[in-house]
Design a protein around this ligand. Structure first.
Ligand code: ZN
Ligand code: ZN
Length: 579
C-alpha cells in the first residue's frame, strides 16, 4: 500500500461520513490523518507500520490507526467498503457542485430520494427541489448553475493545490532509476490560476518509451493512457493526472519548451523559427541546412532563434514572441521586489492573529511594513469595525509601532471598507480621514446588472478617500463567476483619478485577472498585490500573487507595494489632494 492510495482511502471515509451526517470531529480526524499520510514518501507507509510507528503521525488516533493498519495489511479497508456499500455514488459526485455541502446533500437524499446528479438536475428544473425545507426557488436556481459550472470546469484545481501535487509527482519521477533529470512543465510552470493536469519532462538513460511505460506499475497509479509512446498520461487512484514526457538527454531543451506551452506560444515560436530558416521537428531544432542544433538547455533554444529568453509566465501567446525578438520583454516584478503588504485582517474583524503577530510575521518575511485593513461596519457578518473599535485599533497600532521603532518596521492604518450598493464608501469622511489608506471592496449584492454595478464602482472611485479598489470582480475561482462589471471603464476611471487596483493574491481570487493587468498598466494604474491574509500563514499568498502579476507583464514600477511605506502614504495623500 502506497501513501497516496492510503490517503485517498482516508479522505473517502471522511466524505462518506459527512454524507451520512456523522459528527464533525470524527470526519476532521480522517482528513488530518490523510494529510499526514500524503506528506510521506510513496513507499514509507509499510516500514512505518512494521515499526509500529503509524500512531506517531499527526492526527492519527485509534480509529484512523485501525483503518491504516487494515490498509497496509490487506491493501483495503473493510470500514471504507462498508461505508461505500451504504452510499449511492451520485451523492459523492454532488459534493463537487459549488454551494452544495454535505448537509444539503443529506437533506436532498432524505427528502426526495435523489441519488444521482442527473436526478438532482431534473428536480431543480421541475420545482421539487424548491419544496424542500430551507431550499426555495433561488437555491434551486443556484444548484442548476452549479451543475453547469461543474460540467464546464471538470477536474480543474487551484494553483497551490496543483503546485504541491506537482512537487510530489516530480519527486516520484526523479526517483526512477532510469531518469537522469526531470523538470515541471505545462500550466503549473506557467503559473496559471487553475490547473487541469501536471506536466513533467524527464531525460532518460534508457529507451524513453519503456521508461514511460514503466510508470503503469508505479505506486498509486490506476492506469496509463498512450502506452508504447514516449508521452503518456498517468492516472492516479485519486484522479490526479500526470502528463509524462520521456526523452533522450539531447532532446530535453526542446521537449521542456514544448511541454511548457502554451500551444499559442509554441506556434508563435515555431513561426518565428521558420522565418529564420529553422525547423522544429519532434524534440529537435534543425538549421537551414537540416542539421540538428545542439541545445544544452532551454535558454539556448531561444538564443539560437535570436530571441530573448521568455519567462514561462509570459508564454501565453499575447505578443511575447514579438517582444522577445525586439528584445523588449518587460523586466518582470519579483517576490524580492515586494517591500510590504496592505491587505491584511487581524483579530479585530475576521482574522485569526493579533496585529503584533501579523507584524512580526511580515517582518520575518523581510518586509518593511504591514497595513492592517479589517472589515468595515457594514460587514457585520465578518466582524466589521465600529468607530469605537477603530479608535482602539489605532491606539494599539501606535503601541506596536512604538515597540518596533528601533527595527524601522511600520504598521499602517488601513481599512477594507465596503462599497455600499449605492456606491458610497462605508463610514463618513470624519472616520475615513483617520486612515493612512482605504481599500474599497464589494461584499454584497453581487447580482446587480452590469450598468448598475459599474456605476456603483465608478461612484466609489469618485471618493478621494478610496486608495485601492479591492478584488475588483468578486470572482471565486471554480466557485463563483465574476459579477457583471465593465472593467474597461473601471480601469480607465482608476487611471484618471489616481486610484490603485488590487491584484488580490488569495489563490481563490487572483482578482484582478492577469489578462487585465496589462490593461491596467497601459492606463497608468498602479496595482497592489494584496495577500488578503486572515492569519500569519495567509501572508504566503503574496508569492502566488506575484506569479500572476508576472503573467500580467507587470514590472516593479507598476506595483504599489513594491514601494516603501513613505511612498505608499504619499500615494494615498496625493489621491486625496486631487479631490
Ligand atoms: Zn474583501
Ligand atoms: Zn479582505
Amino acid at each position: 500500500m502506497d501513501s497516496r492510495t492510503a490517503a485517498h482511502a482516508l479522505n473517502e471515509i471522511a466524505a462518506l461520513l459527512e454524507l451520512h451526517g456523522d459528527n464533525k470531529f470524527k470526519t476532521r480526524a480522517y482528513r488530518q490523518a490523510a494529510k499526514s499520510v500524503l506528506a510521506l514518501d510513496a513507499d514509507d507507509l509499510a516500514p512505518l507500520a512494521r515499526a509500529g510507528a503509524l500512531a506517531t503521525l499527526k492526527g492519527v488516533g485509534p480509529a484512523t490507526l485501525a483503518v491504516l493498519e487494515d490498509l497496509v495489511a490487506t491493501g483495503d479497508s473493510e470500514y471504507l467498503e462498508l461505508l461505500r456499500e451504504k452510499t449511492p455514488e451520485g451523492l459523492i459526485e454532488m459534493l463537487r457542485v459549488p454551494g452544495l455541502g454535505t448537509a444539503k446533500i443529506h437533506l436532498i437524499h432524505q427528502g426526495l430520494g435523489i441519488e444521482t446528479l442527473h436526478e438532482l438536475e431534473e428536480a431543480a428544473r421541475d420545482g421539487r427541489l424548491a419544496t424542500l425545507p430551507r431550499f426555495g426557488a433561488k437555491t434551486a436556481e443556484k444548484v442548476l448553475k452549479g451543475i453547469a459550472f461543474l460540467k464546464e470546469t471538470g477536474a480543474l484545481v487551484l494553483y497551490p493545490h496543483a503546485s504541491a501535487e506537482a512537487g510530489r509527482l516530480l519527486a516520484g519521477v526523479r526517483r526512477h532509476p532510469d531518469v537522469l533529470h526531470a523538470e515541471l512543465a505545462g500550466s503549473v510552470r506557467r503559473r496559471r490560476e487553475v490547473i487541469r493536469d501536471v506536466d513533467v519532462v524527464a531525460a532518460c538513460r534508457a529507451h524513453p518509451a519503456s521508461v514511460a511505460a514503466s510508470f503503469a506499475h508505479a505506486p498509486g497509479v490506476r492506469d496509463i493512457v498512450g502506452g508504447g509512446s514516449r508521452s503518456v498520461t498517468v492516472r492516479y487512484v485519486d484522479g490526479t493526472l500526470l502528463d509524462l514526457h520521456c526523452v533522450r538527454p539531447g532532446e530535453f531543451a526542446v521537449a521542456l519548451w514544448r511541454a511548457t506551452g502554451s500551444a499559442e506560444h509554441v506556434a508563435a515560436v515555431g513561426a518565428h523559427a521558420a522565418s529564420r530558416g529553422f525547423t522544429i521537428e519532434g524534440d529537435e531544432l534543425r538549421d537551414a541546412a537540416g542539421r540538428p542544433v545542439e541545445l544544452p538547455d532551454e535558454p539556448a533554444l531561444y538564443a539560437a532563434l535570436g530571441l530573448a529568453f521568455v519567462p514561462p509566465e509570459l508564454r501565453e501567446g499575447r505578443g511575447e514572441v514579438e517582444a522577445a525578438a525586439a528584445h523588449r520583454l518587460p523586466d518582470l516584478v519579483d517576490a524580492e521586489d515586494i517591500r510590504g503588504v496592505l491587505h491584511c485582517h487581524s483579530n479585530y474583524s475576521d482574522g485569526a492573529s493579533t496585529i503584533a503577530e501579523m507584524a512580526e510575521a511580515a517582518r520575518s518575511r523581510g518586509w518593511r511594513y504591514l497595513g492592517v485593513s479589517d472589515h468595515s461596519q457594514s460587514a457585520f457578518y465578518a466582524g466589521g469595525l465600529t468607530r469605537d473599535a477603530i479608535l482602539r485599533q489605532h491606539d494599539e497600532i501606535d503601541e506596536v509601532n512604538a515597540a518596533l521603532a528601533a527595527s524601522g518596521f511600520r504598521v499602517l492604518k488601513g481599512i477594507e471598507a465596503d462599497i455600499l450598493p449605492c456606491g458610497r464608501v462605508d463610514y463618513d469622511a470624519e472616520v475615513l480621514d483617520r486612515f493612512d489608506y482605504v481599500i474599497g471592496s464589494i461584499h454584497s449584492r453581487f447580482g446587480m446588472g452590469e450598468a448598475q454595478m459599474t456605476e456603483r464602482v465608478l461612484k466609489a472611485l469618485g471618493d478621494p478617500h478610496l486608495t485601492i479598489l479591492g478584488h475588483p470582480t468578486g470572482r471565486l475561482l471554480l466557485t463563483r463567476e465574476p459579477y457583471a462589471i465593465d472593467m474597461t471603464a473601471v480601469i480607465a476611471r482608476a487611471g484618471e483619478v489616481g486610484a490603485a487596483i488590487e491584484l488580490n493574491a488569495d489563490p481563490h481570487r487572483l482578482d484582478l485577472d492577469w489578462r487585465l493587468c496589462r490593461q491596467a498598466k497601459e492606463a497608468n494604474v498602479m496595482v497592489e498585490i494584496g495577500p488578503d491574509a486572515h492569519s500569519t500563514h495567509g501572508l504566503d499568498n503574496v508569492e502566488i500573487g506575484v506569479g500572476i502579476a508576472r503573467k500580467g507583464w507587470l514590472e516593479r514600477g507598476d506595483v504599489l507595494n513594491a514601494r516603501g511605506a513613505d511612498d505608499v502614504l504619499a500615494f494615498a495623500r496625493a489621491r486625496r489632494a486631487r479631490a
